[in-house]
Write a protein that binds this ligand. Structure first.
Ligand code: PAF
Length: 285
């Protein structure tokens, strides 16, 4: 790997590099990731490349966003492959801090985006979004970006990070990029690696359910219960998939919506084997 492509591990070194770039008038974009990069992540890096002079991809499997009993220890880690992929997609450098540096002994400060973190994934993963908001704040402080690019697959996360940037006056423009799907419709996720071939087939039920609901919405259906029932039926018909939630919520406030008379998101989560998968589609009025 040429010297110009570096992996920085130290927040102070990352910040001084970013500050130097800013002093020269360069725009910085960051793509926060937990590694195990797939084409979805690479689309984010390409989007960042189109918006900035310096593109930083961060790789950090963040312990504070995993609850006890979740897959923190098993989460796939492949740093050197990730670095090569990130570089090919247009990243200029990688920031990959160590957990001991991010959360040294005595660490005691967290960022909570309160109401937006309660529903959907927040209901079954207590503390998850507090961990996400905290690490994203720390990653922004280290990388000093003008722009940060996130995927729409983690829709609630995207809405939370937008609010965080606004509420804490971080001045980072948050860009959301469309979900990237496999040929069978399954949304790309690092956790798809946990699926057996049978589970993988059943996992496509999330997408099929969303498509059924989208089609009904396109035909004029506006009742949230009816649209949710389409998504639910597809997942219920897949023997290895167990639905956790299917809900329609306001696209910005995440409040429950009974009639889709404003932009809304139909979001689903299901367990398929040992994987917990999420997916969504945005419905305009
Ligand atoms: O979406 C992810 O991979 C993570 O939640 C993020 C934003 C990198 C924070 O750890």
């Amino acid at each position: 790997m040429p010297l110009s492509f570096e992996i920085l591990r130290d927040a102070a070194a990352m910040r001084s590099r970013a500050e130097a770039q800013r002093r020269c008038g360069k725009r910085i974009a960051v793509v926060p990731t937990m590694g195990a990069l797939h084409d979805g992540h690479l689309s984010l890096i390409r989007a960042a490349r189109a918006r900035a002079d310096l593109v930083v991809a961060t790789i950090f499997v963040n312990p504070t966003q995993f609850s006890p009993g979740e897959d923190y220890a098993q989460y796939p880690r492949s740093e050197s492959e990730d670095a090569a992929k990130a570089r090919a997609a247009g990243a200029d450098l990688i920031y990959a801090p160590r957990a001991e540096e991010m959360y040294p002994a005595g660490y005691d400060t967290y960022v909570d985006v309160t109401a937006l973190s309660e529903p959907l994934c927040g209901a079954s993963r207590p503390g998850h979004f507090r961990g996400v908001a905290t690490v994203v704040t720390k990653l922004f402080h280290a990388t000093r970006p003008h722009v940060a690019v996130f995927g729409e697959k983690d829709y609630q996360q995207l809405v939370i990070v937008r609010r965080l940037s606004r509420d804490l006056d971080l001045g980072v423009r948050i860009v959301g990029m469309p979900i990237v799907r496999a040929d069978d419709g399954l949304a790309l996720s690092s956790r798809n690696a946990y699926l057996s071939p049978d589970e993988r087939r059943d996992a496509t039920a999330l997408y099929r359910g969303l498509e059924a609901a989208r089609n009904r919405h396109a035909d004029g259906e506006r009742e949230a219960d009816d649209l949710v029932a389409c998504a639910r039926a597809a997942v219920d018909a897949a023997p290895r998939a167990e639905l956790e939630y299917a809900e329609i919520r306001d696209a910005e406030t995440l409040e429950l919506v009974r009639r889709v008379d404003r932009p809304a998101v139909l979001a689903v989560a299901a367990r398929v084997g040992s994987a917990r998968l999420i997916d969504n589609t945005v419905l305009s009025e």
